[in-house]
Each structure stands twice: as structure tokens, then as C-alpha cells.
Design a protein around this ligand. Structure first.
Ligand code: HEC
Length: 137
């Protein structure tokens, strides 16, 4: 996999591509931790697969997806990060995509990115609790 990434980066350098498409951005910036399929790494990295779009249905979840460190700190311009996040939900968790989902905009991502989460685990736990509660209703 590492060789594959080096190859992609080399191609980007040769072609002088300033930025790539969301799938390539995912490979370069996210896949190292989240894997090609967004699968869970038990005890380390939560699943994006069959999970990530659920955050769009709970208050605070939309912001969390941008503010979680792996996303917020990605070395991608706001516009490309917005495109990546708009690709992420349908790619890994189409079943949970809200029908009325409005795509992230560059301005929204720029705004949300300014906030650094003080306690990621606590915020995630409260979102998961809210999701569990919503599922019981
Ligand atoms: C260095 C490893 C790493 C990288 C790189 C990374 N992530 Fe993550 N990601 C994590 C971990 C660990 C979590 C769990 C929250 C936390 O502890 O930060 C997480 C959580 C998330 C979540 C919330 C899922 C949940 O269930 O809480 C999303 C969405 C996400 N990452 C997207 C991305 C995207 C998009 C990228 C690439 C731009 C990315 N991540 C890059 C490690 C990483």
C-alpha cells in the first residue's frame, strides 16, 4: 500500500496537480488510518463504513465530522475538504445519508475548521449517546 501511495504522489507531482479528486484525497490524507474501506481498527480508529453518515442526523454531528482532528488538520484547502466530506458519506455509508442532506460548502468548512475540539472522546461519546437514543424512539 505504501508503494501505491508513493506512486500516486509521484503522479501528482509530475502532472503538477494542485489538488486531486475526493477519492485521491482520501487515499492520500485519510486512508493511512481509516483504510481503503473505512473499516474499524478495533480500539484505535472508528469505522467510517456504515457509520459516518449517521452523524449528519444528530445535532452537532455535522460540525463534529469537520472538527474531528483527522479531518480538521488534513492538509487540504477548505474547498477540497468540503468536496471530500461530501463524497465520504455516500461512499462509505449511503444507507444513513439523510434525504435532505445539504452538501458542505467551502465557507462552512472554513468556519467549522476554526474550532478545535477540546475533548474529542467526550464529544464523540455524547453524539453516540444521542444517536442511540434516537434509534430507540
Ligand atoms: C492519524 C490517523 C487518522 C487520519 C490520518 C485520519 N483520521 Fe479520521 N479518525 C481517526 C481517529 C483515531 C478517529 C476517532 C476520533 C479521534 O480520536 O480523533 C477518527 C474519526 C474520524 C471521523 C469521525 C468518526 C467517528 O465515528 O467518530 C471522521 C468522519 C473521520 N475520522 C474522517 C477522516 C477523514 C475524512 C480523514 C482524511 C482527511 C481522516 N479522518 C484522517 C484517525 C485518523
Amino acid at each position: 500500500m505504501r508503494l501505491f501511495l508513493v506512486l500516486i504522489m509521484t503522479i501528482c507531482m509530475i502532472t503538477g496537480a494542485a489538488h486531486a479528486d475526493p477519492q485521491t484525497d482520501y487515499m492520500l490524507k485519510c486512508m493511512g488510518c481509516h483504510g481503503p474501506d473505512g473499516a474499524e481498527v478495533v480500539g484505535k480508529v472508528p469505522a467510517l463504513k456504515d457509520n459516518v453518515a449517521r452523524f449528519f442526523s444528530v445535532e452537532g454531528g455535522r460540525a463534529y465530522v469537520v472538527q474531528v482532528p483527522g479531518t480538521r488538520q488534513a492538509t487540504l484547502p477548505d474547498k477540497d475538504l468540503a468536496a471530500l466530506l461530501n463524497w465520504l458519506g455516500p461512499r462509505f455509508d449511503a444507507a444513513h445519508m439523510p434525504k435532505d442532506f445539504s452538501p458542505y460548502t467551502e465557507a462552512e468548512v472554513r468556519h467549522l475548521r476554526q474550532t478545535r475540539l477540546s475533548d474529542v472522546n467526550a464529544i464523540r461519546a455524547s453524539l453516540m449517546a444521542a444517536l442511540a437514543e434516537a434509534a430507540e424512539d
